[in-house]
Design a protein around this ligand. Structure first.
Ligand code: NAP
Length: 249
């Protein structure tokens, strides 16, 4: 029995993630790549003529909302890997999804190992409330902290049952930012940008007389492709806005 292939468009197709996604979708038997979009293309016109089921969005924080809006207006399901989306943007996407009766997935990390790390971190947070996050990415990443680190902090903040130890009242930074930025749950995130990394994250829990470190390293962008293909396959079942690959596994 032949199955109708999923029609896929990719925005940011010439970028580092987009190039891998083009190869992965082209190699998937149950998908057909109907459009590759660069910044020079008119997205609405392209979507109207190519008629994709799914738009894989792998561009930049400046472009992502324009592309999501255009996709939802055409009732194309956005599968979004681009990071740097704000809470106000999420509210707008939620409203658009409802109005257009179309789903949308925002996946801060398509690497299954990173998703597992987030889940392990949420479990550990129930028992070890003192935690900090270090995330390490290549030097060309624009946004900080990473979407994965921000999402990890949110998951820890929700799961955490105990109260973290307060810093001494006279604690201070002699170098601004030395203690990191504060994310959900007031959890410190330290962002490192250096050549030699693709995407790494370490979540460190401290307890009396013990430490627990959870670490994941994406050493190649291939690590993001099984999750990307999985998300494309689940796109038609999405209802409204879904945040995090863990919610469709
Ligand atoms: P990149 O190499 O800079 O690629 C971005 C591409 O988007 C560039 O080719 C850029 O074109 C293109 N672009 C910019 N505006 C566009 C528009 N309006 N329409 C179509 N294309 C447009 O970046 P990357 O490393 O591939 O990462 C892309 C995004 O994915 C980033 O936000 C990154 O943080 C995120 N990311 C997510 C995951 C995940 O698992 N979710 C993993 C890795 C990275 P120009 O070169 O002409 O500017």
């Amino acid at each position: 029995m032949s199955v109708t292939p999923i029609r896929v468009a990719i925005a940011g197709a010439r970028g580092r993630m987009g190039t891998e996604a083009v190869k992965a979708v082209s190699g998937a038997e149950d998908m057909v790549l109907v459009a590759t979009l660069t910044r020079d293309d008119n997205i609405t016109e392209t979507l109207k003529s190519a008629k994709p089921d799914v738009l894989v969005e792998l561009t930049t924080p400046e472009s992502v909302m324009t592309n999501i809006r255009a996709a939802l207006q055409q009732r194309v399901t956005p599968i979004v890997g681009t990071t740097g989306i704000t809470d106000d943007d999420l509210e707008e996407i939620r409203t658009l999804c409802a109005a257009q009766e179309t789903g949308c997935l925002i996946a801060p990390n398509f690497a299954l190992g990173a998703v597992l790390l987030m889940q392990f971190a949420a479990t550990a947070a129930r028992y070890l409330p003192d935690v900090e996050i270090i995330e390490m990415h290549h030097e060309r990443k624009k946004d900080a902290p990473s979407g994965t680190a921000a999402r990890t902090a949110e998951m820890i903040a929700v799961a955490r049952e105990g109260t973290p130890i307060a810093p001494p009242a006279d604690a201070f930074e002699s170098c601004a930012g030395a203690r990191g930025g504060r994310a959900a749950g007031d959890i410190p995130i330290h962002s490192i940008r250096l050549p030699g990394f693709v995407a790494s994250q370490e979540v460190i829990f401290g307890g009396q007389g013990q430490r627990l470190s959870l670490r994941h390293d994406s050493i190649d962008r291939l690590s993001f492709m099984p999750g990307t293909l999985l998300a494309i396959r689940r796109a038609s079942a999405l209802q409204g806005l879904v945040i995090g690959l863990e919610n469709i596994l």
